[in-house]
Design a protein around this ligand. Structure first.
Ligand SMILES: C[S@@+](CC[C@H](N)C(=O)[O-])C[C@H]1O[C@@H](n2cnc3c(N)ncnc32)[C@H](O)[C@@H]1O
Length: 492
């Protein structure tokens, strides 16, 4: 991931319509730590994490992030002026800001400039008709102590200008050269040096740590954006599209991958989509169906004229896929042993393990042991049985010398050497690939195999005779059937 933006429940103690936002402080921090650790692993070396948060947990979260990301990777705790209306509770502060906590994955991250607008050029002028155009006076003081840049300057009338306490920003040679070129000059009373910063040299503007409502929007603006695509069923805590635009402008480039694992009403995906970034969103609540999917459908169909649509000339296009996460495949029994979750029947298990092992789930009617394939000659067989030597030998014989077979079973007791079989125990194999048992959504997404791009190779024709059928392979549907929706723009 190039950029992760999260807007987790702030732990305010509120019960919002779509989710509760009040857990014990240490529980909130533990939940956040688990997610921050996963997010850190998912980020690319040049990636960054952006978190919106308020005073309830901001300072504790900062310490937690320091611990997970390292203090040296802290970039900013920017202020977002999220509301302009006074709350008007006498005797209490009227809170007008949230924070945006920013961490880089490593120093490879590059913070991009924001585009310049006319209003950012107001300090530039050309009082001396400099042929290079408008300029402003730049700081000449070094921010670090630089002994070699501590030299005094003699003015044309013989006055001495003392060096700043830490030294100049330029060497004596640069000073002489730029003075001769007219890029440096003396003030009329020759008491100070003016170094010109030319407008023509300015491409963007460095992001600042105060994000004003007029530039990035307010929560009120965000609510009206949500009202535009969901009738009646509002969402309590959306973020304005302009806020996300600011983040993605300075943290990503077109085509980069953006993750929001607390998607809410889907602002991050909508903005990333309109800005030509790829995106993944995760949401726990039912509003995934009532808010996120309708919102993204409108974005793709070009019907969403709100938010940043006009600013980025959004016309529609693209598509998305939608998945439902399966329950945890393994669970611990009363003795702490890892066992297969009872919610999984044999077909679901076969399908899940095909996914995890990088096989295409394609059960054969002809061969009970062909549950999927990775290549033309490499197959997978999943069973909850305890396989003995005779059964393994039979599988080896049936697969034959020309084919290889990965056998995943709960236990095995083979004697011989089966050159075409690789036999593994399911709980051990699954445990080594994934992280289980923390909660329902702790799946390590990075370990999921990629969907194979090629169509299934022809499997043996029906009629070769089914020897036995320990797994009912007719049932589908763990990740695909009903769990995945593809939405593609229908018209251009
Ligand atoms: C503050 S809202 C996010 C709002 C979002 N930024 C927007 O613009 O609409 C937080 C969201 O996190 C979701 N959430 C809470 N715990 C979660 C979890 N463990 N996994 C995924 N989503 C979660 C809540 O259901 C809620 O929708």
């Amino acid at each position: 991931m190039k950029c992760v933006f999260i807007d987790p429940p702030y732990n305010t103690g509120s019960a919002f319509t779509h989710y509760d936002d009040g857990v014990e402080h240490s529980i909130w921090l533990s939940l956040m730590r688990d997610r921050l650790e996963i997010i850190r692993r998912l980020l690319s070396e040049d990636g960054s994490l952006w978190i919106t948060i308020d005073d309830n947990e901001a300072h504790y979260l900062k310490v937690l992030c320091d611990e997970v990301f390292g203090r040296s990777n802290f970039l900013s705790c920017s202020i977002w002026n999220h509301s302009v209306q006074s709350k008007g509770y006498s005797g209490k502060f009227s809170v007008h800001h949230n924070y945006v906590l920013v961490y880089q994955r490593s120093p490879s991250f590059v913070l991009k400039d924001l585009p310049r607008q006319e209003e950012h050029n107001v300090n530039y002028s050309n009082p001396d008709n400099d042929p290079r155009g408008s300029w402003r006076s730049g700081d000449v003081r070094n921010s670090l102590v630089r002994k070699n840049l501590m030299y005094n300057i003699t003015t044309p009338s013989g006055k001495t200008i003392q060096h700043p306490s830490k030294g100049w920003r330029f060497s004596r040679e640069t000073f002489d050269k730029e003075l001769a070129e007219g890029k440096i000059k003396f003030s009329p009373d020759e008491s100070r040096i003016i170094r010109k910063i030319y407008l023509a040299d300015q491409e963007g503007r460095v992001p600042e740590t105060i994000w004003f409502a007029q530039d990035v929007g307010t929560t009120r603006e965000a609510s009206s954006e949500v009202r535009a695509f969901v009738e009646g069923d509002f969402f309590d805590t959306p973020k304005p599209e302009r806020l996300l635009k600011r983040v993605l402008e300075i943290a990503t480039n077109p085509g980069d991958l953006v993750l929001d694992s607390f998607a809410g009403s889907g602002t991050t995906g909508a903005v990333a989509h309109k800005m030509g970034r790829r995106w993944i969103m995760v949401e726990l609540g039912e509003h995934c169906h009532t808010h996120i999917i309708p919102r993204l459908q409108k974005v793709i169909d070009g019907e969403d004229k709100g938010g940043i649509s006009e600013a980025v000339s959004w016309q529609g296009g693209g598509g998305f896929r939608y998945y439902t996460l399966a329950p945890s495949l393994l669970q611990q029994d009363a003795y702490g042993q890892w066992v297969i979750n009872k919610e999984y029947n044999a077909e679901m298990l076969a399908q899940a393990l095909c996914k995890l092992e990088g096989f295409t789930y394609a059960p054969s009617d002809a061969h009970y042991w062909m549950h999927g394939h990775s290549t033309e000659r490499d197959y997978i067989y999943v069973t909850t049985a305890n396989l003995n030597h005779e059964q393994l030998q039979q599988l080896s014989d049936e697969a034959g010398a020309e084919r290889s077979l990965l056998v995943l079973c709960t236990a095995f007791g083979g004697r011989g050497d089966y050159p075409n079989l690789t036999v593994k125990k399911i709980p051990k194999q699954v445990l080594s690939r994934c992280e289980w048992g923390h909660d329902d959504y702790s799946l390590q997404i990075e370990n999921l195999p990629k969907a194979p791009p090629f169509p299934p190779d022809p499997l043996p024709q029906a009629g070769e005779g089914r020897k036995s059928m320990p797994v009912n392979v007719a049932q589908g549907g763990l990740f695909d059937e009903g769990g995945e929706i593809t939405w593609q723009r229908s018209r251009r």
